[in-house]
Design a protein around this ligand. Structure first.
Ligand SMILES: N[C@@H](CCC(=O)N[C@@H](CS)C(=O)NCC(=O)O)C(=O)O
Ligand SMILES: [Zn+2]
Ligand SMILES: [Zn+2]
Length: 187
């Protein structure tokens, strides 16, 4: 059986709804769930194969999108949240009981500062933007995935219409480079 990339990808994508206005995310605890309320849809939703993004058990990829920080509110049991790695650019706030990441926030000077990173599968609401591309695909090898299987992984993404990259998409890499060039006075 082919390995699961992610439940939102394995059986093909479900398109998001236009004018979707958001919903609530919950952690996996059976009770006293951490709840985060999102006041809009996400942007740049994508699969990420890196070792730092939270993924559901048994899947190779995370699915993660961004949303303006002012659209993100912790609305229940926020006392259970802790920052997984305070030295990372993205401060990932996880439930200390079940381990699910509720939101990632950037506090340092960075092109994506002002955007939080969230996993829409933590919501029961339908209509979230579907994944747009796959990022950091080769990073799954660093976590022990057999490199002989990587073509199958890339082919599977392509079969559901997702381009694969080993960093972010060209549009996001260009946005980062433009920000850096402006900061350095080159643009
Ligand atoms: N190959 C590395 C890549 C890590 C990486 O660069 N992740 C990207 C995508 S989430 C990033 O922006 N990281 C910033 C951070 O984690 O703070 C790994 O798998 O750990
Ligand atoms: Zn939890
Ligand atoms: Zn990642």
């Amino acid at each position: 059986m082919a390995p699961s990339l992610h439940p939102l990808i394995d059986n093909g994508l479900t398109k998001g709804q236009p004018n979707f206005t958001g919903g609530k995310l919950h952690c996996h605890c059976p009770s006293n769930k951490v709840e985060v309320t999102l006041g809009s849809n996400v942007l740049h939703n994508h699969a990420c194969g890196c070792s730092k993004c939270w993924k559901p058990a048994g899947t190779l990829f995370s699915v993660i999108g961004v949303i303006p920080v002012d659209k993100v509110q912790v609305t229940a049991n926020g006392d259970k949240l802790h920052v997984v790695d305070s030295s990372a650019v993205i401060q990932r706030n996880a439930c200390s009981q079940c381990g699910v990441h509720l939101y990632g926030r950037i506090h340092v000077d960075h092109p994506f500062k002002g955007l939080d990173f969230v996993h829409v599968e933590l919501s029961d609401t339908k209509g979230w933007q579907e994944p747009q591309f796959a990022a950091f695909v080769s990073s799954i090898i660093e976590q022990g995935f057999n490199p002989e299987g990587i073509d199958e992984v890339r082919n599977k993404f392509q079969s559901v219409g997702l381009a694969t990259y080993d960093s972010l998409s060209p549009a996001l890499m260009d946005a980062i480079a433009t920000w850096t060039a402006k900061k350095n006075g080159k643009l």
